[in-house]
Design a protein around this ligand. Structure first.
Ligand code: NAP
Length: 333
């Protein structure tokens, strides 16, 4: 049997993914002992995977070797099983490949309940983004009612959930997003108190206007210039859960300089804490239960930005870095 799979053939330069990835057809054998063969239904596009396309050795995940398949979280159906814990027809989620079929180690996959109103939720509110948002807000940010909570990439998969969770914790929530349409979604549909279009407004002035008493928690998905501007608007004892470095991912070989306003960490007795959601797996049952409860009662919402077809995966992936996506970027097969 044949399958189609995206292979990393070169290190990308910026967002020139067409030169770095190639869709190839190859043979797929039966799954080996302990493995399952999956037919992919939806592939999750995640900004963090951009780091693994680069050659840097000091990331939290080693780089993908050239010639290997591109990897990503996916929702899939089991079509063949060599593992007694999995049956043909099971709906599963795990770390797969950008492909239509794959043989994967069953241990890294989880069987999911069928019949959810919208399967896409398993890759957003009930998946990695929900987890990241919860951990960053609750475990790292430690919000108190009435505090000013700011999040960048607020209309993206992770940021939109982080803002809603901070709102549940009683915070006043401010989102940064790159278009009027995104800002309207945040305030009209997700309950954000304020949304700032950082591409059109002067960010420093907007933060001073909307948070004159300073920002208590900044959930940072971006770093770079935005972090620097936020640092001159912190409240005393501010916390910065550092989720990601979108301003850096496409700059091959380059390191972002530390923020000029670094001295504000001392002046405001602030803390900045990098976090990686798999480190919080021990809290799994608690987080999963809460996210499911909120999703089912309609108080944790998400929007899916869907592109159809494995051949269009690069169109979808690019959206994350150009800002064209609203909500969770997915590819449906
Ligand atoms: N620490 C963890 O465990 C963990 C786990 C999952 C994800 N993350 C992080 O969460 C962040 C969001 O990832 P996601 O997959 O959910 O993507 P996403 O937020 O759905 O999409 C990315 C959004 O970021 C904004 N953006 C892109 N490049 C930017 C830049 N150079 N400067 C400022 N804004 C930029 C764009 O929106 P605008 O219109 O606002 O520009 C874009 O829509 C990433 O940093 C990712 O690494 C961390």
């Amino acid at each position: 049997m044949k399958r189609n799979v995206w292979k990393l053939i070169a290190r990308p330069n910026g967002i020139n993914f067409e030169e770095a990835l190639e869709l190839v057809e190859e043979e797929i054998s039966d799954p080996e002992n302990g493995q399952i063969q999956i037919k992919l239904k939806i592939i999750s596009m995640d900004a963090g995977t951009r780091m693994w396309m680069s050659d840097r050795q000091d990331s939290y995940q080693p780089p993908i070797e050239l010639g290997s398949s591109m990897v990503g979280v996916c929702l899939a159906e089991v079509v063949k099983s060599s593992n007694p814990a999995f049956s043909k027809g099971d709906l599963v989620r795990g770390f797969g490949e950008w492909s239509d079929f794959a043989n994967v180690d069953a241990e890294s996959f989880l069987v999911l309940e069928k019949g959810l109103d919208c399967d896409e939720a398993y890759l957003s509110a009930l998946g990695l983004n929900g987890w990241t948002a919860y951990v960053g807000v609750m475990e790292v940010g430690k919000p108190k009612p009435g505090e000013n909570f700011l999040v960048s990439a607020a209309a993206g998969a992770t940021g939109s959930l982080a803002g809603q969770i901070a709102k549940k914790a009683g915070c006043r929530v401010i989102g940064l997003a790159g278009s009027r349409e995104k800002c309207d979604w945040l305030t009209n549909d997700l309950g954000f108190d304020v949304a700032i279009n950082y591409k059109e407004e002067n960010l420093d002035q907007a933060l001073k206007k909307h948070c004159p008493e300073g920002i208590d928690i900044y959930f940072d998905n971006v770093a770079g210039d935005i972090l620097n501007t936020v640092m001159q608007n912190l409240a005393l004892n501010a916390r910065i859960p550092l989720s990601g470095l979108l301003a850096q991912y496409n700059k091959e070989g380059a390191r972002l300089p530390g923020p000029e306003n670094f001295d504000q960490i001392l002046m405001k007795r602030a803390t900045i804490t990098g976090f990686f959601c798999p480190d919080f797996l021990d809290d799994g049952p608690k987080i999963e239960t809460l996210l499911a409860e909120w999703y089912k009662d309609g108080s944790l919402k998400f929007k899916a930005d869907i592109t159809e077809g494995l051949e269009n995966v690069l169109v979808a992936y690019k959206k994350i870095f150009t800002g064209e996506n609203i909500g969770k970027t997915l590819v449906k097969l």
